[in-house]
Write a protein that binds this ligand. Structure first.
Ligand SMILES: *[C@@H]1O[C@H](CO)[C@@H](O)[C@H](O)[C@H]1NC(C)=O
Ligand SMILES: *[C@@H]1O[C@H](CO)[C@@H](O)[C@H](O)[C@H]1NC(C)=O
Length: 426
């Protein structure tokens, strides 16, 4: 009884505020890598994903445990087809069998919207892998068409930023000349199938390889003078935006200026080897904290100011079995036990309790102008000080959307946790 009344009131608020802000989603994606032997079970990962306000998850495989656990959560999924399966997907029967078992089987309960075929294939410099990439993408696309799923699931592949030969200044961005021949037909595939171009972009690598030349503030989205692109005259105050615009330039140079670019990975390690300059807890916190802030402000890059950033943060967990330098095992926002790897300033543990009135809460979520904290405390929803702070900031839309999403999924409407982004520097 108590519960259903609560649910009714919250639904009411949601319909009112949803009306004021129809579909304002500056949403956050997260990479859920699992090269580890100590991660929580997928059921226990759901609250972690929600606690950071992520509405999209990218997998590197199509782990059935994860896809089952996230059924009816509303979370959108990108699933991955591993590099090792590429050659098999030339065979239409095998491609169809893969889609049936790894995608169709979970729809519509689990919202799979995209399949990435391999990861960073072109920069392996392995001709047989490269040669199999487009046929595999086509094989999977054909299978989706045959199964009637191509309208809801798209096919793409994720590239390393190293596919670029020139990435600075952004206006001069161009692809490695030796890759143009293999990349052009892939771009054509994207244009034909309306699928996005995916890039993994790490300002960390640029800083690490050149710490004396590259400004740390510029790579960490901290206040800095920035740089002006001499050709476009655009001003860049962070490296990620410069990298993204370099990709847009490279695409335009091949005649594909209209393709959407999504950032399939970006992040910063909280720990590294001695020679990995910049891999510290403090820098990871700044990079990811500022990144979340940038995403929720719904800023575009100088070349695409009105296009939402579509970013998947790398990664959910520190992954203890990843090979390579120490940094590789320390990109996680969370430790394997589910505790935050560092205080990002994102706090999803605050609960909304049921002792105030709908009108006040609605006003709160729909009023962008700063208000005094006292004025929002007596509504139907009692919102914590941290939430108020976020609501008063540019993040209010993000908070709003998150409440909306969470309520939709609510099965036992008792408490609602909402993601709070406490803006660094506020
Ligand atoms: C791949 O080839 C490019 C161009 O020849 C080279 O710069 C790059 O280092 C190579 N990458 C690997 C992983 O071998
Ligand atoms: C989140 O907020 C709660 C209550 O305000 C606090 O106890 C907790 O330490 C915070 N967690 C993080 C990660 O900031």
């Amino acid at each position: 009884m108590e519960h259903s009344r609560f649910y009714y009131h919250v639904s009411l608020i949601l319909s009112i505020s949803g009306f004021v802000f129809p579909v304002m989603v500056g949403s956050i994606g997260i990479n859920y890598g699992q090269i580890a032997n100590n991660l929580p079970t997928p059921d226990n990962v759901i609250p972690l994903v929600k606690s950071i306000g992520a509405t999209k998850v990218k997998l590197y495989d199509a782990d059935p445990r994860v896809l089952k656990a996230f059924a009816n959560t509303g979370v959108e999924f990108i699933v991955g087809l591993g590099n090792e399966y590429l050659s098999k997907m030339r065979d239409p029967d095998k491609a169809q069998a893969w889609v049936k078992a790894n995608v169709q089987a979970y729809l519509p309960a689990t919202k799979i919207t995209c399949i990435t075929i391999g990861n960073e294939i072109l920069t392996f410099n392995d001709t047989s892998l490269t040669d199999n990439l487009l046929p595999a993408m086509q094989g999977i696309q054909t299978a989706l068409v045959n199964l009637g799923l191509d309208k809801q699931v798209s096919v793409t592949t994720a590239h390393s930023l190293a596919v670029l030969e020139v990435s600075f200044p952004p206006s001069a961005g161009s692809f490695r000349k030796d890759l143009v021949g293999s990349i052009t037909p892939i771009l054509n595939f994207h244009a034909k199938t309306n699928s996005p171009f995916l890039i993994n972009a790490y300002p960390f690598f640029a800083f690490k390889s050149n710490p004396k030349q590259v400004s740390l503030d510029f790579v960490l989205f901290q206040p800095n003078q920035g740089v002006v692109d001499p050709k476009s005259n655009f001003h860049y105050d962070n490296m990620l935006f410069a990298q993204i615009d370099a990709v847009y330039s490279a695409l335009a140079s091949l005649g594909y200026s209209k393709l959407p670019v999504h950032i399939s990975e970006t992040g910063w390690p909280s720990k590294g080897d001695e020679d990995e300059v910049g891999a510290t807890l403090e820098n990871a916190k700044k990079y990811n904290g500022n990144l979340f802030k940038t995403i929720c402000q719904r800023k575009g890059t100088p070349m695409r100011p009105n296009t939402d950033l579509n970013i998947y943060v790398f990664a959910l967990f520190n992954e203890n079995m990843k090979p390579g330098p120490t940094s590789e095992r320390n990109y996680g926002l969370f430790k394997p036990d589910g505790s935050p790897a560092y205080l990002l300033g994102i706090n999803g543990t605050d609960a909304i309790s049921t002792n105030s009135t709908p009108t006040t809460a609605t006003t709160t979520t729909t009023t962008p102008a700063p208000r005094s904290p006292e004025s929002t405390s007596t509504g139907y929803l009692s919102i914590s000080a941290a939430v108020k702070q976020a609501i008063q900031s540019n993040c209010f839309r993000f908070v709003h959307v998150w409440i909306y999403w969470k309520m939709e999924q609510l099965q036992r409407p008792t408490t609602v946790s909402i993601a709070v982004v406490e803006l660094p520097g506020l």
